[in-house]
Design a protein around this ligand. Structure first.
Ligand code: 2AM
Length: 481
């Protein structure tokens, strides 16, 4: 068989199928293979019919179908399946071939795989892909990283299938070496967790504090679609609030059990943040909150045993509009903090792995195609254009002004939620992050004193240069070393 395929996709679950169809729709001849070959047959007979796709029933047939150097995209389950696929591919590949992992792999696995495959002369890329099934089919956000020599060879194809913003700018740009593509995707997922949690808390406030009915809550999110929060997650929230259950005619959302699932990608972000000592409290609180909320029965017990605060005064009807404006500010400010934390974690990778990351480009990649896509990301791009070395997103003139303008409403909502007993822990964590980052004098002098008291861990002094360490004999005042 003459090799005719421009690219090959392994793994025909829905993401793999949709990406293969996306390549084919751009006139790239695409070879497909799946371990269970019945899936290849089904795909070829139905969705792929009449399109430039080549169904392969063995890994040898797949390798033979691909033009050299081969370009292969793995779309299999993250973890062992990726290693299994690589092992089966190795005997049929040649030096110079390019293997891309488009799954949600943990970045450290990508680092390892890239090194291993380099020994065989295979060029490996970890490609973060976001956008779900729809994105995969019509235009995802793509975050490729790894062996830089492979990038120019796959760039036209990846850019062709990517989402486009501002007319024709693809949401696909080279991230950097090693596992940086998957790292950036991981941080994206951490931010996504926070974004969703903050929106859910806001919905909870509208429902449980303002006692608005679904129609009114829908109207609130509908209005926010055109404000600073505009983006995909607000769009789908507004849509979700319209959908009725076919059987009962009730709002479907009201029938959905409040026990969230997770696949662990948010947890990776928090684990990595802890490893690098990077504070991402809002991202981590979002992970905790899925755990807290998943335990529905425990919460039911808690609701019987734990006393609420005294009933808060309901807001008079005429004040509701003002409170809803404050809530919009609160969500927006919290969101800025969540993104500031995510970008701090990107910066930590630059220091830890020596990956030179371009934060503005990353913001641009997320502007289209992916779950967190929002107009707001254009502002983040501009912030990093103004100052590529920006230490913290909140320090940018635009964002610090936005935070300042929004903080009255933000604090009002957070305080009212605390007093009335409505749990908004991600939002509380965001206010705490803001106040901690803007405080030149923290109370941690006491922590240092305590550590020195019980463990002789030493401290630096405000009246001495940094880097000089002191111990005090706390039980014998005056005896300082
Ligand atoms: P399957 O259809 O043969 O199960 C998502 O589960 C995708 O990952 C599917 O295409 C699945 O193939 C593939 N997959 C899961 N484990 C795999 C493995 N160990 N080797 C190859 N493909 C695997």
């Amino acid at each position: 068989m003459n090799p005719t395929a421009d690219i090959g996709v392994i793994g025909l679950a829905v993401m793999g199928e949709n990406l293969a169809l996306n390549f084919a729709s751009r006139n790239f001849t695409t070879a497909v293979y799946n371990r269970t070959t019945a899936r290849v047959d089904a795909f070829m007979a139905e969705r792929a019919a009449g399109k430039p796709l080549i169904g392969c029933r063995s890994i040898e047939e797949f390798a033979a179908a691909l033009k050299r150097p081969r370009k292969i995209l793995l779309m299999v389950k993250a973890g062992e399946a990726v290693d299994a696929c690589i092992s089966s591919l190795l005997p049929v590949l040649e030096p110079g071939d390019i293997v891309m992992d488009g799954g949600n792999s943990f970045y450290a696995d990508t680092v390892r795989r890239e090194k291993e495959l380099a020994k065989a002369g295979i060029r490996y890329l970890g490609v973060g892909i976001s956008g779900g099934e729809e994105g995969a089919l019509h235009g995802p956000s793509l975050m490729p990283g790894g062996d830089a020599s492979a990038w120019p060879e796959v760039e036209p194809m990846l850019k062709a299938i990517a989402a486009k913003v501002d007319g024709n700018t693809p949401c696909c740009e080279w991230i950097g070496p090693g596992g940086s593509g998957h790292y950036v995707k991981m941080v994206h997922n951490g931010i996504e967790y926070a974004d969703m949690q903050l929106i859910a808390e806001t919905y909870g406030y509208l429902r449980d504090r303002l006692h608005l009915d679904a129609e009114k809550i829908q109207a609130v999110f509908e209005a926010w679609r055109r404000g600073p929060l505009a983006g995909y997650l607000i769009d789908i929230t507004a849509e979700i609030l319209k959908v009725r259950d076919a059987g009962s005619g009730k709002l479907l959302l009201d029938l959905i059990l409040d026990a969230p699932g997770q696949k662990g990608t948010g947890r990776w972000t928090s684990e990595t943040a802890l490893e690098t000592g990077t504070p991402v409290p809002t991202l981590t609180q979002a992970v905790y909150q899925r755990n807290l909320d998943a335990a529905k029965e425990l919460r039911q017990t808690g609701s019987r045993l734990l006393a609420p605060p005294e009933e808060a005064e309901p807001y008079p009807e005429e004040e509701q509009e003002e409170v809803i404006d404050a809530l919009e500010s609160a969500l927006y400010c919290s969101k800025i903090c969540a993104y500031a934390q995510g970008f701090e974690l990107l910066k930590a990778a630059e220091q830890r792995f020596n990956w030179p990351l371009h934060y503005g480009e990353i913001a641009l990649l997320w502007r289209g195609g992916c779950i967190i896509r929002a107009d707001f990301l254009g502002e983040i791009k501009k912030a990093y254009d103004r100052n590529p070395e920006l230490e913290n997103l909140m320090f940018d003139d635009y964002f610090r002004t936005e935070l300042d303008n929004g903080q009255e409403g933000w604090r009002l909502i957070a305080a009212d939620a605390l007093l009335s007993g409505v749990a908004m822990p991600a939002m509380f964590s965001a206010v705490g992050y803001y106040d901690s980052r803007r405080r030149a004098d923290s109370p941690s002098n006491l922590i240092q004193a305590q550590r020195d008291f019980f463990g002789a861990h030493t401290f630096e002094r405000k009246d001495r240069p940094r880097g000089e360490f002191f111990h005090h004999e706390w039980n014998q005042p005056g005896a300082e070393l």
